[in-house]
Write a protein that binds this ligand. Structure first.
Ligand SMILES: *Cc1c(COP(=O)(O)O)cnc(C)c1O
Length: 227
């Protein structure tokens, strides 16, 4: 677990440096430790080192690990099937992957039943790759308008995944585009939609993402895996 600590320290330094580049500090950035490839032990170790937020992309793993560590904040970051929404609602502080209208309706329905509001980010497919889920940027305005009618769904911002490329600079235009979209939308977003939050950047490109305005970075392998 010592190597997790070393990598975490390095990541925190990098986050701090990138945050200062964009006029912020390390405290302004939320590190979501993506624990999808590791077990509860590594999660516990990271939690003891002060990591408070974890991300999972599969419902079963979310259930398993969050029940080990309910006091952490759990983020859901993967494609969410409508019939699994009931298992996620109540276990997650933020759904990053709201990518279609039927999912928005289902989250709203389940949240109403539980008497809670569910925060979510709208996933946007900036790169246009067919393999990626997410709304086309052009679909976002209408989606936000409609989502404003769902009282238990709380839109908090936007999320994207850049293309896989060993060069982090390749992600910069993608992140810049999402930040632009956020600013455009925020200027005339409907009443209950807040767009304060940008979730972008992974192990490969989180520093670039923060420079371009990310508020949340989702880091898995750089923290949990030997490189
Ligand atoms: C796996 C995953 C991550 C973390 O990826 P790394 O490259 O391991 O940091 C971030 N976001 C999503 C949506 C993921 O599925």
């Amino acid at each position: 677990m010592e190597d997790i600590r070393q990598r975490l320290n390095q990541i925190r330094q990098n986050i701090g440096r990138a945050a200062r580049h964009s006029g912020r500090t390390e405290k302004d950035i939320i590190l979501v430790a993506v624990s999808k490839t590791v077990g509860p032990d590594a999660v516990m170790a990271a939690y003891d080192m002060g990591v408070t937020d974890f991300g999972e992309n599969r419902v079963q793993e979310l259930i398993r690990k969050s029940s080990h560590l309910p006091e952490a904040r759990w983020h859901f970051i993967g494609r969410l099937q409508t019939n699994k929404v009931k298992d996620v609602v109540g276990r997650t502080c933020l759904i990053h992957s709201l990518d279609r209208w039927t999912l928005a309706e289902e989250i709203n329905k389940r949240a109403i039943r539980m008497g809670i509001r569910i925060p979510a980010l709208v996933q946007v497919n900036i790169t246009g790759e067919g393999s990626k889920t997410g709304l086309d940027p052009g679909e976002v305005p209408a989606f936000l308008q409609s989502a404003d009618q769902l009282p238990a769904l709380q839109i908090m911002g936007l999320m994207t995944i850049a293309q896989e490329d060993p060069d982090p600079e390749a992600s910069r235009p993608v992140f810049r585009e999402l930040a632009r979209l956020r600013s455009r939308m925020a200027a005339n977003s409907p009443e209950y939609v807040q767009l304060g939050c940008l979730s972008m950047g992974m192990s490969q490109d989180y520093q670039v993402a923060i420079e371009e305005g990310a508020d949340i970075v989702r880091i898995g392998s750089a923290l949990f895996e030997q490189r």
